[in-house]
Design a binder for this molecule. Structure first.
Ligand SMILES: Cc1ncc(C[n+]2csc(CCOP(=O)(O)OP(=O)(O)O)c2C)c(N)n1
Ligand SMILES: [Mg+2]
Length: 622
């Protein structure tokens, strides 16, 4: 049987019918569509959405932001639910590029439907069209190719019959997922065709729990048994797989300590005896010291970014070897590892069986517990400091940590906060720490918070945002009010880029161009003071400014009681930073310069750089 539908109508009906299942639990994959209409989608996808009120449409304020919202929604849902994003052609479409890159890098499913120029071409160039004298087969949407895991342009209605199933395969694949872009020429969106009924029937995409190769698993177990100083690195894959409980048992059973990446943080409760906290550049002294001498790294669901490996300086044991558990073959093979390509939960379960009663040595166990005690004391020290006003960021984090409930979620992405949170936050729930640190995109915070709260309205969501990030993208406060999705936003105002200012000083450049100051004829100008509370209030949020520790505690409590999104603004010290612990990050310094400070920084850089490694020899794979 056939049904006469426009391309856009068939797309929306198809999306409504897609379901996902894992471990026998099944539900709809898409929860609706965010968008901003223009001439490139209003009469196509817009009309189709209007006809399908059971597929909710959400109007946002900025196209980049809505992709962040969709990515955060998917992350909070362990990639088992997703949102669609529709835009007009031209600037509306390209506004999504940053969001697409963010989602793809973080391996989060989002379906992007940018409008595109006419397939029929006779009216070209249309408003907002990029023309090329060399081809008519190009539009701004080609920019999405490298930032999408699947990209297609629908030039005829029938093409959706093969394109949409491919899009679904990629979106629901733990190994492949990321942004999927289907560029939709505006004439094709409105064009009718005979759509087969069977195509619109409900389809369930099962997320498998693949198991690794048996021989490689046996080899991995053997490596673990013979290791003296093994260390687990927990990435986001553990949380997405729902493997946190089994990991917790595995670590307890074997005594192997576990350090966490940003995406993996929260996999273990902070007080788990094997949890050594954050790993890498923004890591704890406990995790980083263990990594230095580790002879075996067991990476689970991690892609080993430079923040995790401290730019490949974290592992200095000449004999260090790797075992990687990952659904993506690409990640499993990194660092010449024994690749266990499979689902985290299923693979940990098999490893645990293979290891039986194996445990780390008592001496190693003692060292782990001593390092944990030392690190906990350091966090206590930072939390207990009372400086200012302005307050130190460390004490603000401490106050928040003692105020929030165990199931509450913090959301953050860029600036100095992610590093401090990675080190200091005591996470008590696997979904309690939502950091976008794959792309570390300023502007993700509020838009992302919206997605988190939409994915789990039962939790209180706290968005922690710097003044720089807030100024870049705060407009989704309006969307949160429109949708009656309450966010608790805490804005840490230090009048500029404290993080990059510190980095610039470390590079010998003295913080050049990183503070918010008025221009003043070559001299440092006055600090620009922005009334953020007035700004947030003007958008409709409940807003309050706090100066002291006690005022902040009170403001947080009052803000939480408000029914609508609230913004608590607190001034923090630009220079009072949490230090780094036994780690390094490769940011190349100018090789030649007249500036002595730069020359000095370059010398230290060249020295530190020598510790970067390749994990050869390949014979370790035998
Ligand atoms: C979109 C984007 N632009 C630039 C950067 C580089 N960057 C990283 S942190 C930062 C400053 C953030 O300022 P703020 O939000 O005030 O946080 P603070 O550093 O003061 O803690 C910049 C410019 C980025 N991560 N994202
Ligand atoms: Mg700032």
């Amino acid at each position: 049987m056939m049904r006469r539908l426009t391309t856009a109508q068939a797309i929306i009906r198809f999306l409504k019918a897609q379901c996902i299942a894992r471990d026998g639990e099944e539900h709809r994959f898409f929860d609706g569509c965010f968008g901003i209409f223009g001439h490139g989608n209003v009469a196509g996808i817009g009309q189709a959405l209007q006809e399908n009120p059971d597929f909710p449409y959400y109007l946002c304020r900025n196209e980049q932001a809505m992709v962040h919202t969709a990515a955060a929604f998917a992350k909070m849902s362990d990639r088992l639910r997703a949102l669609v994003c529709t835009t007009s052609i031209g600037p509306g479409a390209t506004n999504m590029l940053t969001g697409a890159a963010d989602a793809t890098i973080n391996r989060l499913p989002v379906l992007l439907l940018p409008g595109d120029i006419f397939a029929r071409r006779n009216v070209s160039p249309v408003l907002q069209q990029l023309e090329s004298p060399g081809t008519q087969d190009v539009s701004v949407n080609d920019c999405f190719r490298p930032v999408s895991r699947y990209w297609d342009r629908i030039q005829r209605p029938e093409q959706i019959l093969t394109a949409l199933p491919e899009a679904m395969r990629v979106l629901t694949s733990p190994a492949e997922t990321g942004a999927v872009t289907l560029a939709l020429p505006q004439d094709v969106q409105a064009q009718a065709f005979d759509c087969p009924d069977g195509f619109l029937e409900s389809r369930t995409w099962t997320v498998p729990r693949n198991r690794p190769d048996a021989m490689l698993l046996a080899l991995a177990a053997e490596r673990i048994r013979s290791a003296e100083r093994p260390l687990i690195i927990v990435g986001g894959g553990v949380i997405y797989s729902g493997a946190t409980e089994i990991l917790s048992q595995f670590a307890a059973q074997t005594g192997i300590p576990a350090g966490e990446t940003h995406a993996g943080k929260g996999s273990l409760c902070f007080d788990h005896p094997q949890c050594v906290g954050a790993m890498g550049v923004t890591g704890t002294s406990a995790a980083n010291r263990l990594a230095l001498e580790a002879d075996l790294i067991i990476g689970i669901g991690t892609r080993y970014s430079d923040f995790t490996t401290a730019s490949v300086t974290a592992f200095q044991n000449a004999k260090v070897r790797f075992i990687n558990i990952n659904t993506a073959e690409f990640d499993a093979y990194k660092h010449a590892a024994v690749p266990l390509v499979g689902d985290a939960a299923a693979t940990i379960e098999e490893l645990a069986k293979a290891l039986g009663s194996h445990r780390v040595s008592p001496a190693y166990a003692q060292e782990i517990s001593r390092l944990r005690v030392e690190w906990n004391a350091e966090v206590d020290r930072i939390y207990a400091r009372r400086v200012g006003p302005p307050l130190s960021q460390g004490e603000v984090v401490g106050l928040l940590n003692s105020t929030l409930g165990p199931k509450d979620v913090i959301v953050c992405a860029a600036g100095s906060l992610p590093g401090d949170l990675h080190k200091l936050w005591r996470t008590r729930d696997p979904k309690g720490y939502h950091l976008e640190y794959g792309y570390s995109c300023m502007g993700y915070e509020i838009a992302g918070g919206l997605g988190v709260k939409m994915a789990d309205p039962s939790r209180e969501v706290y968005v922690l945002v710097g003044d720089g990030s807030y100024l870049m993208m705060a407009q989704e406060i309006v969307t949160s009010l429109q949708e009656k999705v309450k966010l608790n936003i805490v804005l840490l105002d230090n009048h500029g880029f404290s993080s990059i200012g510190g980095l610039s000083r470390a590079c010998g450049s003295g913080g050049f161009g990183t503070e918010y100051r008025y221009r003043n004829e070559g001299q440092p100008g006055e600090t620009i003071k922005v009334d953020f509370a007035a700004n947030a209030a003007s958008l409709g949020a409940y807003a309050v400014q706090a100066q002291t520790y006690d005022q902040l505690a009170e403001a947080l409590a009052t803000a939480k009681r408000q029914p609508q999104t609230s913004v608590v603004v607190v001034e923090t010290d630009y220079y009072d930073c949490v230090p780094g612990y036994d780690s390094w990050w490769d940011v190349p310094i100018a090789e030649v310069s007249e500036m002595q400070s730069v020359q000095q920084a370059r010398r230290s850089y060249t020295e530190a750089n020598k510790r970067e490694r390749y994990f050869w020899p390949m014979s370790q794979l035998k």
